[in-house]
Design a protein around this ligand. Structure first.
Ligand code: NAD
Ligand code: ZN
Length: 360
């Protein structure tokens, strides 16, 4: 029997502050099973050859694996990494450490789960399908906005669907929030991933699933986003605040859901490989019908930072391709129900979604 209220895990340990990355060595030391059991560091390949790599506390058998974030994580990529780690080492790893954005953090969560669970990662896409605890895993964001550092999901593209592994074993055991790690992010990417957080708040705060738990985090994150994107904060201050906005935005959707922009962005991503942050922005700019005031705010922020979104993304798509996107988007039932209530199918029809996609 399903319990009425969900009992969610939270990240049990977090360290925050400029330069706190340098404490990683001592944090990991007490988690080392023995000198043969390595830590595996999955690191965004933008850091290859950069000073950050020298600061990674890799000792003994530890391995650093660089990961490209050009494409979002896939189930077969998770399977291949797990296979590699099992072949390269006789001992099970002491843990997995993900250093990067949502892409690398999600990949790290999935690898940690799959080290201890049988079969392909695709088997576990869905809700609460994982039955064995994952290996110890640490998340270290280097760009702020997704909330992947706090969430209990890891979003993967599988052979049949793009869907998260949502489970109590997905959440990180340790998070390291060092705002200085986000220094090298380009302005466009900073905006897109930051807007992911803004959109999490808008969708949570305007959803029918809203409750005091989600609202308390959502309002804080929303206010921090406004400070970061509209007020003239110092760069240091903006980095600190966006990192905490991401955290609160993630906590807000833990106990509610996202909405229209995310549902439609999944369609774009599935068909065209459009990445999550920019995909959300591409959709959100046309959602004045659903989130009127926040779309205006979005456009003001976009203007202020001189962000030009691509145009004509859906210009040359066939009817079949539109149908694929629409099917994927309409399949995200909890998101629609959160956005518009149980009767959402009265407003959301294939024709309606097509008319929005055509504007992108
Ligand atoms: P990302 O991880 O793909 O990174 C975006 C770009 O920024 C990449 O090119 C990356 O190399 C670069 N980058 C990252 N840190 C950098 C730095 N410090 N300096 C220079 N460049 C840097 O983007 P993202 O927006 O953080 O994550 C998107 C992914 O997160 C998607 O796969 C999405 O599905 C997932 N996501 C997950 C959750 C969750 O709860 N698990 C929530 C939202 C999004
Ligand atoms: Zn998102």
């Amino acid at each position: 029997q399903k319990e009425r209220y969900r009992n969610f895990p939270m990240v049990p340990r977090v360290v925050f502050g400029k330069g706190c990355f340098d404490q990683l060595g001592s944090i990991l030391m007490v988690k080392r099973i023995n000198s043969e059991a390595p830590f595996i560091f999955l690191v965004d390949d933008v850091f290859e050859g950069q000073a950050l790599v020298e600061r990674i506390p890799a000792i003994c058998n530890d391995q650093i694996i660089f990961i490209s974030a050009d494409e979002e994580p896939k189930t077969n990529q998770v399977d291949a990494l797990v296979e590699k780690i099992k072949t390269d080492f006789q001992e099970a790893p002491s843990g997995i450490v993900g250093i990067g954005g949502g892409t690398v953090m999600d990949l790290s969560k999935a690898v940690a789960i799959m080290m201890n669970n049988e079969g392909s990662a695709a088997k576990y896409q869905g809700w609460d399908l994982v039955n064995k605890p994952s290996v110890y895993h640490v998340g270290i964001p280097t760009i702020s906005g997704t909330g992947a550092e706090v969430s209990r999901t890891t979003v993967l593209l599988g052979p049949e669907k793009k869907l998260g592994i949502n489970s109590d074993f997905t959440t990180f055991d340790q998070v390291v929030l060092d705002p200085d790690l986000t220094k090298g992010v380009s302005k466009d990417q900073w905006f897109y991933t930051g807007m992911d957080c803004f959109i999490h708040c808008v969708e949570s705060l305007n959803g029918t699933y809203l409750n005091a738990f989600s609202q308390s985090y959502g309002e804080k994150a929303f206010q921090l986003c406004k400070e970061v994107f509209l007020d003239g904060l110092s760069e240091d201050d903006a980095r600190d605040k966006l990192m905490m906005a991401s955290w609160h935005g993630g906590m807000s959707i833990a106990y509610s859901q996202v909405g229209v922009a995310h549902a439609m962005s999944y369609g774009l991503s599935y068909l065209l490989g459009v990445k999550h942050g920019i995909g959300n922005c591409l959709v959100f700019q046309h959602l004045e019908e659903f989130y009127p005031e926040d779309v205006i705010l979005f456009r003001i922020m976009q203007e202020k930072h001189g962000i030009h979104l691509p145009k004509g993304v859906c210009a040359n798509l066939s009817d079949d391709e539109f149908d694929t996107m629409i099917t994927v988007a309409m399949g995200m039932e909890p998101l629609w129900e959160n956005a518009l209530g149980k009767e959402w199918r009265k407003t959301i029809t294939p024709a309606k979604l097509k008319s929005i996609y055509e504007k992108i």
